[in-house]
Structures are given as structure tokens and as C-alpha cells.
Write a protein of this length. Structure first.
Length: 210
């Protein structure tokens, strides 16, 4: 009986730890009043943000727009070369970094380290953004980091996702700006990336200061 109780307790603790590592996002609402052309009109670079938190509902909408699943066959809102689906989006906040899992519409915890200063790098003014979205491409999908195809496709695919983030942020009343500057080596280490995973673009995300 005692052994059974201890086993059950261990299983419960294990499940609890797993649930803490994986957070299911709310179903992203597509019922947005802003049209595509209004979002294009409203899109502009924002580098100064309020401290207002971004709700999980809004984050779910933003991540779905970035690279969510939009068809039954698992294909996504952003195109990728040869449908390689090489792009991963990481969400960095004061509480750490999580990986967006499009097929599960969930966030998987990667680290509890706050890496926003490394993402901001020398542009310290954006470091206080509530969130950063970090776009990573897997060059192994195109023959490896030294492949000529990878050198082109990884950056092109990241750019498609970046534009989705720009337009979705404008539609949701959020501010952002696509950024190339960041401390890539520190981010690469913190996220536990492979040698073939390239940290390409980041987006600070928040409500713009008036």
C-alpha cells in the first residue's frame, strides 16, 4: 500500500511538472474588426512601450498570425520554402522563454532566464518591452548551415513570419518593430539551439506609449 501511494504521488508530481512546462493557449479569435488594408495603413515601427501586460488571448492571436496552423493538413499562416516549416517562434518575457508549438497551440517552457537585455542588445530602450518574439530558422531543413539554399531560404522564411507579426500587431493595437540587432551567441545558448538553428529576427511586443 505504501509503495502504491508513493508511486501515485510520484506520478502526480511528474504530471504537475509537465503541465507547468506546457501551457495551452486560448483558441485564437479571428473575429478582428481591423481589415488587412487598415492594418497596412496603421503599421509603423514602435520602440517605446507601456508596462501593460499582454493577455494570453491576445498573445494566442499574435502567435497564430505569426506561424499558426490554418489548414487541416497542418500548413501554416506563413509560407516556407518547399513547405519545410523551418521556423520556430520563441516568446521571451521577464519570466523566461517559451517555444510556441503551432500544432498544439501551446507554449513550452525553455528557460526561466530573462534574456530581454540580450535581445535588446545595444538598443537598450526596447529592453523593457513586455515580450519579445524571437524568430529562429532550422537550416538543416535546407541542407545545413553552410548550404547556399539555407543562406537564402532561412532568412526569406523568417521575413514572411516577421511581416505577419507586424500586421497582426497593428490589427491588435500592439506596437512592434522587426530587429536584426541582438546578442545572438547568448540567445543561442540560453535557448539550447543546435548549430543549424539560426537566430534571425526579433520583435519587441507591447502597447505603444502615447
Amino acid at each position: 500500500m505504501k509503495k502504491t501511494f508513493l508511486l501515485s504521488l510520484a506520478l502526480m508530481m511528474g504530471l504537475s511538472a509537465m503541465s507547468q512546462d506546457l501551457v495551452k493557449l486560448p483558441e485564437p479569435s479571428k473575429d478582428i474588426s481591423t481589415t488587412l488594408f487598415q492594418a497596412l495603413q496603421n503599421r509603423h515601427s514602435v520602440r517605446s512601450f507601456t508596462a501593460q501586460d499582454i493577455s494570453m488571448e491576445t498573445l494566442s492571436q499574435l502567435l497564430w498570425a505569426a506561424t499558426g496552423v490554418n489548414r487541416p493538413d497542418g500548413r501554416m499562416t506563413a509560407p516556407t520554402a518547399i513547405n519545410a516549416q523551418d521556423i520556430s517562434v520563441y516568446v521571451a518575457s521577464k519570466d523566461g522563454v517559451s517555444l510556441y508549438l503551432p500544432k498544439d497551440n501551446a507554449l513550452k517552457a525553455v528557460t526561466k532566464q530573462d534574456i530581454r537585455k540580450d535581445v535588446a542588445a545595444r538598443q537598450a530602450g526596447v529592453a523593457d518591452a513586455p515580450l519579445f518574439l524571437i524568430i529562429v530558422s532550422d537550416a538543416s531543413k535546407f541542407g545545413g548551415i553552410n548550404s547556399e539554399n539555407a543562406k537564402i531560404f532561412c532568412r526569406e522564411d523568417a521575413a514572411y513570419v516577421s511581416q505577419n507579426i507586424n500586421l497582426a500587431a497593428a490589427a491588435l493595437g500592439l506596437g512592434t518593430v522587426p530587429r536584426h540587432i541582438m546578442n545572438r551567441d547568448a540567445i543561442h545558448t540560453a535557448l539550447g539551439l543546435t548549430e543549424n538553428q539560426l537566430v534571425v529576427i526579433n520583435h519587441p511586443i507591447g502597447y505603444p506609449k502615447k
